[in-house]
Design a binder for this molecule. Sequence first.
Ligand code: NAD
Length: 260
Amino acid sequence: PLEGRVALVTGSTSGIGLGVATELARQGAALVLNGLGDPDEIEQIRLDLARDHQVEATYSDADLRDPEAIRQMMAMAHDAIGPVDILVNNAGIQHVAPIEDFPVARWDAIIAINLTSAFHTIRAVLPRMKAEGYGRIINIASAHGLVGSPFKSAYVAAKHGVVGLTKVVALEAAESGVTCNAICPGYVWTPLVEQQIDDQAKAFKITPEQVIKDVLLKAQPNKRFATVEEIGMLTAYLCGPGGASITGAALPVDGAWTAH
Ligand code: NAD
């Protein structure tokens, strides 16, 4: 259903972004990948996606802390594959520390990557989407875009900001056929989470199963991780005809975490 569409997914070299890019390619969209990591591994990801799904795929190594690098990525995407119809702002980082100890440079980096980069990508694609009468902007926020947790000041502030930005973009674009939504996952099974489980099991001298149940999934009532495939399928749904009237929403995918 997404044949002929061009999708740009930030932070798509791993985890949720890669899951989203994979599902969009499976449905026929051409891809612009972005993210940090080993260039050879990233090139392999790009080749695999293009071959497995018979779609065009290109890659930008833009560091999303840098507005000029974002501008160049958006121009490259347009020139290499075509105008972006689907924009998924997914890249994000985390830092956990009490406010008094929170490193100022980490605060700045989290706000830049998790929030400000979405402003830059959105403003680059919106005029053409509006003129075209179709566009899908999906911001991967978090349950932490809806509720707070201690020690995650920058992340929670950025993700609440993303939810706010989502609403404003939806309102400004409401009559144009362009929708903008936030997806708010609780815990999703990614390499990042897997690593946290091993680290915490060692640190607290408990089993990985205990870390999952008593630490990570404590706040997630359904006691299961969402999968990157599930986030990919929801994203693809929002891009299709069923998503035409869903805009300005912050959609929890959190096993009832934020229902508390
Ligand atoms: P991940 O670490 O696996 O992937 C993050 C991606 O962002 C990678 O591709 C990385 O290279 C890229 N990235 C990081 N800094 C960058 C920079 N400066 N410039 C360009 N790219 C950069 O993480 P993930 O778990 O897949 O998370 C993806 C998004 O989902 C994030 O916004 C995160 O906050 C959100 N999220 C994740 C979970 C979860 O449980 N995993 C839950 C809720 C929300």
